[in-house]
Ligand binder design. Structure first.
Ligand SMILES: NC(=O)c1ccc[n+]([C@@H]2O[C@H](COP(=O)([O-])OP(=O)(O)OC[C@H]3O[C@@H](n4cnc5c(N)ncnc54)[C@H](O)[C@@H]3O)[C@@H](O)[C@H]2O)c1
Ligand SMILES: N[C@H](CO)Cc1c[nH]c[nH+]1
Ligand SMILES: [Zn+2]
Length: 436
């Protein structure tokens, strides 16, 4: 059974606080396991990758077969049906059009003293894109990672993807072709993150790692941050649906299950103002669960991490939503824009009952690599900006230096940093002659 809560319950606060801690995403044991895997890959490189891939994905590789060869890629792609090609191309086109609007502008201006100031944007050089593949395959995640990177102008794009039992979805490889990926490595989990961060004999280290994954992937990304950049913590999926009484319980139940079926560590929560809808959705979830191929995963996620919360009004719902800061937030209410205006924290919002979260997973256009485990309180979904850096620019003229340099001298003196101050003084002296 999922958690059944009401804000009118005497123990609501305590139970809600527990709900916020249910996900295993940052559990200590997962973190310890990820740390051990990273240390192993750092020490033993390819040999560790080969061994860990055999242990976790049941695939026997050699350093020479860690990467898909161009011929293998072509042979897999040849199997893709025209219907699947068309669907993937439509998704790619919409994702590209959305992300092209994110390209930032350089800026440059002359201030009143004549100093030229501004900033310049440029791409990072090499990105490692993690594409999950442990229990499901994610061609859509290839597009969501690689298209913003390509739009940003990243020079080297590599993908790592686990291939359990040696199986790869050919659409994953087609997606890499559609989005400018240079190399695809069949490695997953914390070991893939370690290889991208530290490099091995075969896999060259990258500057930044992006992409979603399970709890081990998320923990590994946390750990390698600093050695390389990371986009965010994009761990096991989450959905929060806020619904009023005018909803079809089956639609809401399917939306909750759409994220529960990703992972036993996923989390699906319904907040509703209507007790009748709460009960009907609870029942619909139980019935629909039985029809899903991935019912074992979805049932475990719903049972262990799921919740149905009844609230007095949408104001209460908004306040709880900000605390949950869910990866996905569906607003199935009469005036979703008004409710959205009251909520600050969510990875992505889906407005109105005709916008199922799954549209955002595939073809909406916005990115589906999104912050989880409450990190939407301080981070955003993947974008072109994640693959770019901003460098500030400043050019002083003698007049500008003469006008503002004295303040730098004073501040340097107060910090006790003599060379700083003198680097300004030396120039001012040239302008004005030595000062007494
Ligand atoms: N937040 C997002 O933006 C987003 C987007 C898409 C998918 N996801 C999430 O991605 C995840 C995909 O998970 P997945 O498992 O299918 O694929 P995955 O590729 O993330 O993980 C598979 C790998 O996990 C490692 N692993 C599994 N069990 C382990 C263990 N006991 N110890 C150490 N390592 C272990 C293995 O190396 C395996 O190759 C799901 O949680 C899904 O919800 C999140
Ligand atoms: N819902 C996932 C993000 O949490 C993304 C995805 C890809 N395919 C299906 N779903
Ligand atoms: Zn999904």
């Amino acid at each position: 059974m999922p958690q059944i809560l009401s804000t009118s319950d005497a123990d609501f606060e305590a139970r809600f606080a527990t709900l916020l801690t249910l996900k295993r995403e940052d559990a200590t044991e997962v973190d310890d396991e990820a740390a051990a895997i990273i240390a192993d890959v750092r020490t033993r490189g390819d040999a560790a990758l080969v061994e860990l891939t055999e242990r976790f994905d049941r695939v026997t590789l050699t350093p020479g077969t860690l990467a898909f060869s161009p011929d293998e890629i072509e042979n897999h792609i040849a199997q893709v049906s025209s219907e699947d090609r068309e669907a993937l191309s439509l998704a790619a086109a919409r994702i590209r059009a959305y992300h092209e609007r994110q390209v930032p502008q350089d800026a440059s201006w002359t201030d009143p003293h004549g100093a030229v100031l501004g900033w310049r944007w440029g791409p990072i050089e090499a990105a490692g894109l993690y594409v999950p593949g442990g229990t499901a395959s994610y061609p859509s995640s290839v597009l969501m990672n690689a298209i913003p990177a390509q739009v940003a102008g990243v020079k080297r794009l590599v993908v790592t993807v686990p291939t359990p039992d040696g199986i790869v979805n050919p659409l994953v490889l087609l997606a890499t072709r559609l989005s400018g990926v240079d190399t695809v490595y069949r490695v997953g989990g914390a070991q893939a993150i370690a290889a991208l961060a530290y490099g091995t004999e075969t896999i060259a280290a990258v500057d930044k790692i992006t992409g979603p994954g399970n709890a081990w992937v998320a923990a590994a990304k946390r750990r390698v941050f600093g050695r390389v950049g990371i986009d965010m913590i994009a761990g096991p999926s989450e959905i929060l649906v806020i619904a009023d009484k005018d909803n079809d319980p089956e639609w809401i139940a399917l939306d909750l299950l759409s994220q529960a079926e990703h992972d036993t560590d996923a989390q699906s929560i319904l907040i509703t103002t209507d007790a009748g809808l709460a009960a009907a959705v609870g029942q619909a979830v139980e019935e629909l669960l039985q029809t899903l191929d991935r019912r074992d995963i979805a049932a475990a996620s719903w049972r262990d991490n799921g919740a149905i919360v009844t609230v007095a009004d949408l104001g209460e719902a908004a306040a709880l939503a900000d605390q949950i800061a869910s990866e996905h937030l569906e607003l199935c209410v009469a005036d979703p824009e008004a409710l959205a205006a009251n909520i600050a924290h969510a990875g992505a919002m889906f407005l109105g009952k005709w916008t199922p979260e799954a549209i955002g997973d595939y073809v909406g256009g916005p990115n589906h690599v999104l912050p989880t485990a409450r990190s939407a309180r301080f981070s955003s979904g993947l974008s072109v900006l994640d693959f770019m850096k901003r460098t500030t620019m400043a050019r002083m003229t003698p007049a500008a230096l003469a006008a503002i340099g004295f303040a730098a001298e004073r501040l340097a003196m107060s910090e006790g940093l003599q060379a700083h101050g003198q680097s300004v003084t030396a120039r001012l002296s040239r302008l004005n002659g030595p000062r007494r």
